[in-house]
Design a protein around this ligand. Structure first.
Ligand code: FEO
Ligand code: CA
Ligand code: CA
Ligand code: CA
Length: 519
């Protein structure tokens, strides 16, 4: 009897796991223990795991990685590549998504910040390239390795594109780095998501370029980069320590970039635009082993077609003068071409059989607070196909035991691991009243427990887990704890994780979860 059957038998229609009644019933049901999972939700300001698992903290916000650089704030996506010609050396790429002004320098409002405050914020975003060594099955960070390097809002990054972008071949910096991907040729992809928060955004109506959105952080007060330079996927070459912005993949609120290779060697990249009522995208490269040029499509989930976003599309040809302009305004192009508005498409994963799963986190203005997981099955299982069918793979909410799916990864057995992202200000409130803190969940994709949600970990106060990533031996799960205590407005902070001392400051941190094989 699995848990779902058990719940059905005892008459529960929802997994209201925080109630003492349910937990005592569950603990009395020996056969429910298919996996070691958390039987109740947690409100603890800590990383909570089942007894068979443990964790160690590897790096926290502000830790030096060499003599001049430090580990940035709000760690997110994690990706691991073995170094060529090495048996135990690895590159880790870790995103640093955004700064929290109160925790960074104490000045919450953009208008009150001095240049030193904004400069501090700019050093905290981007990503970290880190060298790890695996020594006797322990993963040891190599502080001061010449491989360690930070990308920040000050790093010069060229555009991989034949034309300039808003007059320049080069962007200054990367920020809002949310999730990402990895290519088969040994590079990392880091995705610029909420780019509007730093320099605002622009619109182009009737041929006029106007600023439409004010920035949240006020960087434009001291720096003059155009908003068009952000909202791209950035490719990082860990060996040469170079990077470029992949204009061909379009400009929008990129969550992640899941790469697969078609039978003819071309690369296909699936991507979500994490904003209410924005689209799911697919990119097909022109040539193998390069994402510099290719065709971009938006998903029309009503008709099951990928709509081409180029001047060859008769719907787009009258609206945009050049392909560069179309890609800068990819969101507009997607809507005109027939792309379907989704409920915040976040991370994606591709199952063994080619099914693409997409996390649709929620759509609060439309009163859909819990989200769902959407499946896309390409025609003939061919990623180059321009037709597909889509359906709800999992409806989230109290009945499922999880709300607001965000990051995905797969383990060696094909189980889907999902992190939840209930916003810090809504945890424990309204639709999420019974849900506890954000969590990490495991969902079998095959067998009798397919689609059953098992909670594996619970996050500290106001935090979410981000970037789950298994080691190549499958024994360790690396995961980030992001934005604990992010709602702090004064001391005492609203979280004291990880140091757990009365006035200790909350620190986003990379942790390693041990004991996965015993799950
Ligand atoms: Fe940065 Fe969509 O989470
Ligand atoms: Ca995310
Ligand atoms: Ca992922
Ligand atoms: Ca998130």
């Amino acid at each position: 009897m699995d848990r779902r059957d058990f719940l059905k038998i005892v008459g529960f229609t929802t997994f209201a796991g925080s109630t003492g009644v349910l937990s005592s019933l569950l603990s009395g049901c020996q056969t429910a223990q298919t996996y070691n999972y958390l039987r109740t939700v947690s409100w603890s300001d800590d990383v909570i795991l089942p007894p068979s698992l443990s964790y160690s903290r590897i790096l926290s916000w502000g830790d030096p990685i060499n003599s001049t650089e430090f580990y940035g704030d709000n760690n997110d996506f994690i990706s691991i590549l073995k170094m060529p010609n090495s048996t135990n050396d690895y590159f880790f790429w870790i995103n640093h998504e955004y700064p929290i002004p109160f925790l960074t320098h104490g000045i919450p409002k953009a208008k009150d910040k001095l240049k030193i405050h904004i400069d501090a914020e700019r050093k905290n975003v981007g990503g970290s390239l880190l060298h790890f060594k695996k020594i006797d099955s322990q993963w040891v960070f190599q502080k001061n390795s010449t491989h360690n390097k930070r990308w920040t809002a000050n790093t010069e990054i060229p555009f991989a594109w034949p034309e300039p972008v808003r007059g320049s071949k080069l962007a200054i910096g990367t920020f809002a780095n949310c999730a990402g991907g990895q290519t088969p040729w040994g590079t990392f992809l880091t995705c610029e998501e909420n780019f509007e928060d730093y320099y605002g955004d622009v619109s182009y109506q009737n041929g006029a370029r106007t600023h439409t959105k004010k920035s949240e952080y006020g960087w434009e007060r001291f720096y003059d980069s155009p908003p068009e330079h952000y909202g791209w996927v950035v490719e990082i070459d860990p060996i040469n320590k170079t990077s470029h912005k992949l204009v061909a993949l379009g400009r929008f609120g990129h969550e992640g970039a899941q790469v697969t290779t078609a039978a003819n060697g071309l690369s296909v990249v699936y991507m979500g635009d994490d904003k209410n009522d924005e689209c799911i995208y697919k990119f097909i490269s022109d040539t193998p082993r390069s994402l510099k040029t290719g065709k971009l499509y938006a998903a029309n989930t009503q008709t099951g077609t990928w709509e081409e976003l180029s001047l060859e599309n008769p719907k787009l040809q009258p609206v945009f003068k050049t392909q560069t302009e179309l890609l800068i305004r990819a969101r507009e192009a997607a809507k005109i071409a027939g792309g379907t508005e989704q409920d915040r498409p976040e991370d994606l994963e591709i199952l063994k059989d080619g099914t693409v799963l997409v996390a649709l986190t929620n759509n609060l203005p439309k009163n859909r607070p819990h989200g769902r997981i959407l499946a896309i099955e390409e025609k003939d299982k061919n990623p180059l196909s321009l037709q597909f069918k889509s359906y709800t793979w999992l409806e989230c909410g109290p009945h499922a035991g999880m709300s607001c799916p965000d990051n995905f990864t797969l383990d060696a057995n094909g189980n889907l691991w999902v992190t939840s992202d209930m916003s810090g200000s809504l945890i424990g409130k309204g639709p999420y009243k019974e849900r506890g803190n954000n969590g990490l969940f495991m969902i079998p994709t095959e067998g009798k427990n397919r689609g059953t949600v098992y909670q594996i970990a619970s996050a500290p106060n106001e935090a979410e887990f981000t970037g789950p990533c298994f080691s190549d031996d499958g024994e360790t799960l690396f995961i980030c704890v992001q934005h604990p205590g992010e709602k702090s407005k004064k001391i005492p902070y609203t979280s004291h994780w990880p140091h757990k001392e009365p006035n200790s400051k909350p620190l986003s941190s990379l942790i390693a979860v041990h004991g996965i094989k015993r799950l």
